[in-house]
Design a protein around this ligand. Structure first.
Ligand SMILES: C[S@@+](CC[C@H](N)C(=O)[O-])C[C@H]1O[C@@H](n2cnc3c(N)ncnc32)[C@H](O)[C@@H]1O
Length: 216
């Protein structure tokens, strides 16, 4: 993992972002809620300070930054130290795996999704939420990444790339929702659309584990 100290050093700044941008956070949550299934056992990979996990009822998180994890624990999440590329869980342990703006920080995103597939039960759901690099806001982040505490370390993706990562591990991609339209955080349009055809910045892709190894 290439960015442990980055999030450890800036964990309070990261967490306060949500208080400075409550409408954006609320919209991102609503977008995830549009596609989240009922679940009993949920895992968030890269749970950060636990804001999404706590709001969505996800009990367990995996997180390499001690300071980020500390805040998530205070929010009631059971956080285990580790990385998504090597999950310390048995096969078929979870109904749901959530990954929110973390895939862009993974050293090996394909391996992270492979591990998510392994720990999911058959018919379990993976939700990957990320900033689409081809959206106006994504382009703005890319252009200004050298000024950002976090995004200077990130590898951005577009919908097709995440779709292909999921397909390669055998996931059936069932749904896509998007929101955050525009290139400036202060003036974003916050409508949520199904289908992902409008170039929104915050995209949630939903995949289902079908239990068949795609490489067979
Ligand atoms: C942008 S934050 C997102 C946190 C949380 N999901 C949220 O949306 O608020 C990315 C998080 O991923 C963690 N992270 C970085 N690399 C990781 C990896 N390989 N596996 C799991 N988590 C990772 C970071 O420590 C950080 O807490």
């Amino acid at each position: 993992m290439k960015n442990k100290s980055l999030f450890d050093e800036n964990y309070l700044y990261y967490d306060r972002w949500f208080e400075k941008h409550p409408k954006i956070f609320e919209t991102e949550l609503r977008a995830i809620k549009k596609v989240i299934p009922d679940f009993k056992t949920g895992l968030e990979i890269g749970t950060g300070t636990g804001r999404f996990a706590a709001a969505l009822g996800i009990q367990t998180g995996i997180e390499p930054s001690k300071n980020m994890a500390g805040l998530a624990k205070k929010r009631g999440i059971k956080v285990i130290d580790g990385i998504g590329e090597s999950l310390p869980f048995k096969n078929n342990s979870f109904d749901l795996v959530l990954i929110v703006t973390t895939i862009c920080f993974a050293k090996d995103p394909q391996q992270m999704i492979k591990e998510a597939n392994r720990v999911l039960r058959d018919n379990g759901t993976i939700l990957i939420a990320f900033v689409d690099k081809n959206s106006p806001l994504g382009q703005n982040y890319l252009k200004n990444r050298h000024k950002s505490r976090f995004y200077k370390e990130a590898t951005f993706f577009d919908k097709k790339e995440i779709f292909n990562l999921l397909k390669r591990e055998g996931f059936v991609v069932e749904e896509c929702v998007e929101t955050l339209f525009g290139d400036d955080l202060k003036h974003l349009k916050l409508k949520i659309y199904n289908g992902c055809k409008k170039n929104g910045a915050f995209v949630v892709l939903k995949g289902r584990k079908n239990g068949i190894d795609a490489r067979c």
